[in-house]
Write a protein that binds this ligand. Structure first.
Ligand code: FES
Length: 64
């Protein structure tokens, strides 16, 4: 699922960035060489990050 149409970032891209150590949506986007443009995706990106950080590590890995 595309979360960010400006940067063509998928939910799984954000999840992968969290697994690599990013702890917020800004750092996830930076890790992908992007930054927020219109900002319309920020709430959804934040939710995905929060969801990943709330999960036990093994469960988060399986959500890839
Ligand atoms: S949709 Fe992500 S910055 Fe515009």
């Amino acid at each position: 699922m595309i979360v960010c149409s400006c940067n063509v970032i998928r939910a799984n891209d954000i999840r992968a960035a969290v697994r690599r150590g990013c702890a917020d949506s800004d750092s996830c986007y930076r890790a992908m060489g992007c930054e927020f443009q219109c900002g319309g995706c920020r709430d959804m990106a934040d939710e995905i990050v929060d969801e990943m950080l709330a999960r036990p590590r093994d469960e988060a890995a399986q959500a890839a």
